[in-house]
Design a protein around this ligand. Structure first.
Ligand SMILES: [Fe+2]
Ligand SMILES: [Fe+2]
Ligand SMILES: [Fe+2]
Length: 409
């Protein structure tokens, strides 16, 4: 799941292709060469796959990130400070999610230079070796250029890293890298299009299956990343997750099913990571061209989630949220819409119209129900689910509201 989410984050930065997957690969190879344990290698892999998640989740940082990624400008103090901030933010986003607590620590300091030993701590706090592994892997990931065969660049790239030993990079980490980077296969794997498969084959033995709570915690984080990208819908995913779980409860679904529907609620718009933030936040009407771009998002939700084993059902529920019962929805134009997907569809419309947005207040109960009823009459939404919503309106409204307030905090 982490790897496919890394791929999803990488959608955001076509300029730095596959950055997260590359860092995950390079960092885990270095960790292995350093003799770290299986669990530690797994933490490094997760940290690499998610290390810039705070930077990519904020449109304001996109420019900064690209600059930091493509040039080594970190010595300039003001940029350096900004750069450390996204490590801190990433740490804050992940630290409470137990399976990612160690990865969170690594991410916190992933831009700290070794600086002849001064980088063994930062602001009085010890910097873990895993952060220094990320520091080097982050640099290595952006070295290969597109203009020449990667193998033709190996000597220069290795020299560039060796030149940073002690100053930028922890000497042990730099030495481990020197060993692995001697192999052509390292560079071919690093630039391969099939990195998830390569990573799973090499390090997959250490995977920990997530239980429902772990999965919920992780999907909540991804809901936040999706929502952070738009000030218009800053807590939308949390609202949809809460409202759909509420509906599932009143429909009498089993706890496991309800939990998975909540996961689908958090992830339903993950395909929006492929939509530029400027479009998501565009004031006024969208042009026809822009509409086409927006309409692709449930298709990308499907693409992203279909790479995760165990999320097949969640994927169907999540990626059919813009389908209509009469078969005229998008992108699959199917009439075959399972209950979970119908619940998400109702929760999505309900949340969109009842949540407050910067440019308008949320609608009243009467206004909400009028719109939902119309969509039932038009053949879009499921009438039985909307009836449940009418019956339990105040309760579900409260659950939704509360979850969105918590998401802001
Ligand atoms: Fe970073
Ligand atoms: Fe990075
Ligand atoms: Fe959507």
């Amino acid at each position: 799941m982490v790897l496919c989410l890394a791929r999803a984050i990488d959608f955001l930065h076509p300029a730095v292709s596959e950055h997260h997957l590359r860092v995950a690969y390079a960092a885990s190879c270095v960790a292995e060469e350093l003799g770290l344990s299986g669990v530690q290698i797994e933490d490094v892999l997760i940290a690499g796959a998610l290390h810039d998640l705070a930077a990519v989740s904020s449109p304001a940082w996109a420019g900064l990130l690209e600059e930091a990624l493509t040039q080594d400008l970190l010595s300039r103090t003001q940029i350096a400070q900004e750069v450390h901030r996204h490590g801190m933010q990433g740490y804050l986003m992940l630290r409470d999610c137990v399976p990612f607590a160690q990865a969170a620590h690594a991410i916190r300091f992933h831009h700290v230079d070794w600086d002849f030993g001064r980088g063994s701590e930062f602001g009085g706090i010890p910097v873990p070796l895993s952060s220094h592994i990320l520091r080097l892997a982050d640099r290595v990931a952006v070295l290969p250029g597109d203009s020449a065969n990667v193998l033709a660049q190996v000597a220069d790239m290795r020299a560039a890293v060796a030149a940073g030993r002690d100053r930028l990079f922890h000497p042990d980490v730099a030495d481990a890298f020197d060993v692995i980077s001697h192999k052509e296969s390292f560079w071919l794997d690093l630039t391969s299009r099939h990195k998830e498969r390569i990573l799973m084959r090499r390090f997959g033995g250490a995977t920990v299956p997530l239980d429902l709570e772990g999965l919920r915690a992780l999907s909540r984080i991804f809901g936040k990343i999706i929502d952070y990208r738009s000030s218009f819908t800053a807590t939308h995913s949390s609202g949809v997750a809460a409202a759909s779980e509420g509906l599932a409860t009143y429909l009498g679904l089993a706890p496991q099913q309800r939990g998975m529907i909540g996961v689908a609620g958090y992830l339903h718009d993950i395909g929006k990571l492929a939509v530029p933030p400027a479009l998501l936040d565009k004031p006024g009407r969208l042009t026809a061209q822009e509409m086409f771009v927006i309409k692709q998002h449930p298709y990308y939700t499907h693409q992203i989630l279909s790479a995760v084993p165990g999320l097949e059902q969640v994927n169907i529920w999540a990626s059919l949220h813009h389908e209509r019962l009469d078969g005229t929805g998008y992108p699959f134009r199917t009439r075959d819409i399972p209950l979970g997907a119908r619940i998400i569809a109702v929760a999505d419309v309900f949340t969109a119209i009842s949540e407050d947005r910067p440019y308008r207040r949320g609608m009243t109960r009467a206004e909400c129900l009028a719109i939902l009823d119309k969509q039932v009459c038009d053949g879009a939404l499921d009438g039985d689910i909307v009836s449940i919503l009418r019956r339990e309106f105040d309760e579900i409204q409260q659950i939704r509201n509360l979850s969105q307030q918590i998401a802001i905090a």
